[in-house]
Design a protein around this ligand. Structure first.
Ligand code: DGI
Ligand code: FE
Ligand code: FE
Ligand code: FE
Length: 190
């Protein structure tokens, strides 16, 4: 397996300096959340470093991976775009090219944009760290930071609600999993 330095290099080569700075911010935050909530610090570090690994791939690369891969509802998935593909399908590139086999890490990458009704501690940490890392600047991010270190589930709910409000305001297509996340974590659907 690749050590942290090798992973950092492989990730840095695949993205802009600005996005790599974001990745390092997510790592710092994910490690802090893992310490706060008793998660694996090593897994938090690895998952954060690779979470946006595939974000700068072309649509053609994602479309080919979807056509050749084991995804359900491929026809529907192909109607979305980079925002939905870079985590869900990006996990495949992470597994193939960075030889990461830990299913909990791969799942945290798959879910990092949309969340899910069922999320491991690691998946929640990555979902929230991505939203509150030090480079993020939007109205409400300070509230999200306070909530996150107080109650991680509440931070998942806060992030999901505000992301959905933002997506709807822009008349963006909502991926069904995003709605499942909302129903579970904001409305408490069991
Ligand atoms: O990759 P990052 O920019 O660090 O952050 P991200 O992976 O959490 O989110 C990428 C984008 O995806 C962000 O602008 C919000 C958007 N997004 C989240 N859920 C949905 C979505 N976009 C659409 N169209 N539909 C969704 O359900
Ligand atoms: Fe992302
Ligand atoms: Fe996010
Ligand atoms: Fe990110």
């Amino acid at each position: 397996a690749m050590d942290r330095e090798a992973l950092m290099q492989a990730v840095q080569m695949r993205m802009s300096e600005r996005r790599f700075t974001h990745v390092l911010g997510v790592e710092e935050t994910a490690v802090a959340l893992a310490k706060r909530f008793g998660g694996s610090i090593e897994k938090a570090s690895i998952a954060a470093l690779v979470h946006d690994y595939a974000k700068e791939r072309t649509d053609e690369e994602f479309q080919l991976a979807i056509e050749q891969g084991p995804y359900e509802n491929k026809t529907e998935l192909l109607k979305y775009g980079n925002a939905i593909w870079h985590g869900l399908v990006g996990a495949y590139f992470v597994a193939q090219e960075l030889t990461i086999t830990d299913e909990e890490i791969l799942d945290a990458i798959r879910l990092h944009t949309t969340g899910a009704a069922e999320m491991s501690l690691l998946a929640k940490i990555i979902y929230v760290a991505d939203y509150i890392e030090p480079g993020r600047k939007f109205p409400g991010v300070e509230d999200a930071r306070v909530i996150a270190f107080n109650d991680l589930d509440q931070a998942v709910a806060f992030e999901t609600k505000h992301t959905l409000l933002h997506l709807i305001e822009g008349e963006n297509l909502i991926y069904p999993k995003t709605l499942e996340t909302y129903n579970r974590w904001v409305c408490g659907l069991e």
